[in-house]
Every structure is written in C-alpha cells, then in structure tokens.
Design a protein. Sequence first.
Length: 127
Amino acid sequence: MEIESIRSEIAFRFSRSSGPGGQHAQKSSTRVEALFDVEDSAGLTAAERRRVLERIGPVVRAIAQDERSQLRNRELAIDRIVEQLREAVKVRRARRPTKPTTASKERRLDEKKRRGRTKRLRREPDD
C-alpha cells in the first residue's frame, strides 16, 4: 500500500462543525469529511483492494471536527482513513482449531466432582 498515492486520491467535503464555539464555529467550515474510493484507487494492489472491499466496503469515510482549524481536521481525517486502510489490508492468520488436552479434561472433571461434593454437603440430611 503506497501511502502518498492514497493521500492524493482522498476527496474532501467541508461543512460547519457542530457543538459550541461561538461565532467562529458558526461562520467557518472546519468539519472535514474525507472519502476514499477503493475501487478506483491506483495505490492499492488487487489483493489489497479485495481485502478492503470485503472488510470496509467500496468507500472508506472518516470525519474530523475535533479542532478549530480546517487544515488540522483535514490531517486528522487523512490519518484516520490511512489507519482504517492499514487495518483492512492486514493478512489475518487462519485460526487452527485445537482440541482440549487430556490433562485439561481431567482438571475440568475433578472441579465438577469437587463442586458436586460441596453442594451435596449443603443439603439437609435425609431422615
């Protein structure tokens, strides 16, 4: 995955940020929505593209409205998209199912017997 080519393929939409902030928040569009089109990307290999499509979908989206600066929010949104892509392209190892060991089976049965004995001792005596 080539990070620089991915950064250049990200599209942005700007809008007014929600929450408090006075006149600055009401006048300036500091909220950033970053969009990355997976299917049209040249920065991903075919295998990476397939994995991202499976795990995230055709469009990767990130929103940032944490800062007062549009530039800073843009950087945060880019970082979030890159992080999502990194996570999605990771090759996950196949899980190999295992069976419980003989010792673990014995420990489980011993514990069950011990619990049963304890509960039997709590019972009222049969007269």
